[in-house]
Design a binder for this molecule. Structure first.
Ligand code: SF4
Length: 361
């Protein structure tokens, strides 16, 4: 069952009620595990994170003492700090809901296509709602419900996913972990250089519901105007009956990601890298521009390079020369083989340290 609702953050309760009813969601006496997409402490207005109004509407429906909000941010971002900065901590305590950092919960090994994976034991006893966000993604084309499940993993498994290849690892995780209900927040979606602050908010005013997360992701891909081969971790499946707003009324066209980030004269090509390397680059550039007097020579070189050349950062297991030419530096252990083969400067570490990257600027 699929359900499309029009909604606004100032009044989401009725759309949530209608979606739960339409999907016949019945958790019995189980506690409700809500897994939002709070990858980083972005303000809701950025459009990169599940809006707190939706979490609050679910808590209102089920009761605070019955709800667990569980999340772990991307590698390199402190989840507890993000809970504080994003207002999630305040929201949970206001309603008496439990807020769990998924890096700290008890886990048990589960067999999957690549051996064993550690999953939270609480999944056995809870009704699990995957509350994802509709966004484009620099590596995977889009991030929806299946990709949101990566937040269930410990950091070492998240990094392993990138080495295995996200297009294989994400569907394999779905084989052993399926939500009882999937919801996609597309009231404010994100297009372009998602999944974070480099993307552009796209206001669709939609909430999507489904019993089957794979089917719901397929529906979202159609709404975004993407081809199935642009989002290879979501295997194409036929859609069942759609209730609510007709699909033809909500189809649109999202701007695709170009596959790299650009700031002044710096280009970063993730080449399959996880957020550990991406955050290290971001911290380096932030540090350099925030306190330029601490690194006057580096800043001077940085500006000069802006006039006469380009600086290219490559990370990830799929590191390769991009179409942009410039002084190229490989960062992170995943890109070492390419750096050695091409005799390029390399910054070691998994994730690499910002100060080591700075030294190479
Ligand atoms: S080297 Fe970078 S991309 Fe590779 S796993 Fe470590 S942090 Fe992630």
């Amino acid at each position: 069952m699929l359900y499309i609702a029009r909604a606004d953050y100032s009044e989401v309760r009725s759309a949530i009620e209608a979606g739960l009813e339409s999907c016949g969601f019945d958790p019995g006496s189980k506690r409700i595990l809500i897994k939002p997409n709070i990858v980083n402490a972005h303000a809701p207005e950025v459009g990169a994170t599940t809006h707190p109004a939706l979490i609050e509407a679910l808590i209102d429906h089920f009761g605070g003492d019955r709800c667990i909000i569980a999340e772990s941010c991307v590698v390199g971002v402190d989840t507890d700090e993000t809970f504080r900065k994003s207002g999630l901590l305040e929201l949970a305590s206001k309603h008496g809901a439990e807020l769990l950092n998924l890096q700290k919960v008890s886990r048990a090994p589960v067999n999957w296509a690549f051996g064993e994976i550690q999953l939270p034991t609480m999944l056995r006893d809870c009704a699990y709602i995957n509350l994802a966000k509709m966004k484009t993604h620099i590596l995977t084309g889009a991030t929806l419900c299946l990709k949101n499940q990566k937040g269930m993993l410990i950091n070492s498994d998240k990094m392993r996913f990138h080495r295995l290849g996200l297009d294989k690892a994400i569907p394999a995780l779905y084989d052993v972990l399926k939500p009882d209900l999937a919801i996609i927040d597309a009231i404010w979606a994100l297009e372009g250089e998602g999944p974070g602050k480099f993307g552009e908010r796209k206001d669709l005013g939609l909430l999507l519901f489904g019993n089957d997360a794979l089917e719901l992701d397929n529906l979202a891909i159609q709404i975004m105007g993407l081809e199935t081969d642009e989002v290879r971790h979501v295997l194409p499946v036929p859609l069942s009956e759609i209730h609510g707003v007709p699909l033809e009324d909500v189809r649109t066209e999202f701007k695709r990601s170009k596959g790299y980030y650009k700031k002044v004269n710096m280009f970063y090509f993730p080449c399959g890298a996880c957020s550990g390397c991406s955050n290290a680059i971001s911290e380096t550039v932030k540090g350099l521009l925030k306190e330029p007097w601490r690194h006057p020579l580096k800043v001077a070189k940085f500006i000069l390079n802006g006039i006469i050349g380009k600086r290219i950062f490559l990370a990830g297991i799929e590191a390769a020369y991009p179409h942009v030419k410039g002084r190229t530096i490989c960062i992170g252990d995943c890109s070492k083989r390419f750096a050695d083969r091409e005799k390029l400067p390399h910054v070691k570490g998994c994730p690499p340290k910002a100060r080591d990257i700075l030294r190479n600027l």
